[in-house]
Design a protein around this ligand. Structure first.
Ligand code: HEM
Length: 154
């Protein structure tokens, strides 16, 4: 039996902690974007990269195992149900946001990639990433509400 959460929804402690951590990390990314606006680029890079790497840990430790156990096995017969469909959309957008973030971090922070694989329009891609990231947070909140809200039965 997983430890009881603290948000009063009947979700596990892990799910509640993930929800709070994800919203805090999303707010931190917005704060990090404001650092770039003030031309504090080193602080900006450290801030965004820290959130990005922390989220790799959250995905590997919590979200991927949950997806693998709760969503993947029943998926073929149940994709049409909201409970699973929202989780699949969330996982695909979340995977894309994490990969795009890692790519941006490698281009912005290192010289590992050859010129033809590097983008020039830094601001554009970073803005796209921030918007995508928040869309993923909202779909994650959707998963949380569907799974643990008052109608949270599959
Ligand atoms: C930028 C990347 C991501 C963000 C910001 C994000 C955010 C969130 C948020 C806010 C929740 C709700 C809290 C919860 O129910 O635990 C959540 C849940 C979840 N996410 Fe993500 N997520 C991301 C990537 C992913 C990826 C790549 C996967 C799939 C491999 C995934 C699968 C899940 C699953 C299965 C849940 C429900 C976990 C549970 O409650 O047991 N997420 N996510």
């Amino acid at each position: 039996m997983p430890a009881q959460g603290f948000l009063g929804t009947g979700a596990s402690f892990r799910a509640d902690m993930n929800l709070v951590a994800q919203v805090l990390m999303g707010v931190t990314l917005v704060a990090g974007a404001l650092l770039a606006r003030r031309k504090l680029f080193t602080a900006h890079g450290i801030c965004q990269a820290t959130v990005l790497l922390l989220n790799v840990v959250m995905i590997g430790w919590l979200m991927w195992p949950s997806f693998q156990q709760q969503v993947l096995p029943p998926l073929p017969e149940h994709l049409g149900e909201r409970y699973y469909a929202v989780a699949v959309i969330h996982a695909m957008l979340g995977g894309a946001a994490e990969l795009l973030g890692l790519y941006i971090a490698v281009v912005a922070g290192t010289n590992l990639l050859p010129q033809r694989l590097r983008f020039q329009r830094w601001k554009l891609w970073m803005r796209v990433e921030l918007v995508l990231w928040w869309a993923v947070i909202f779909t994650g909140i959707g998963v949380y509400l569907l799974w643990y809200g008052s109608t949270g039965l599959p």
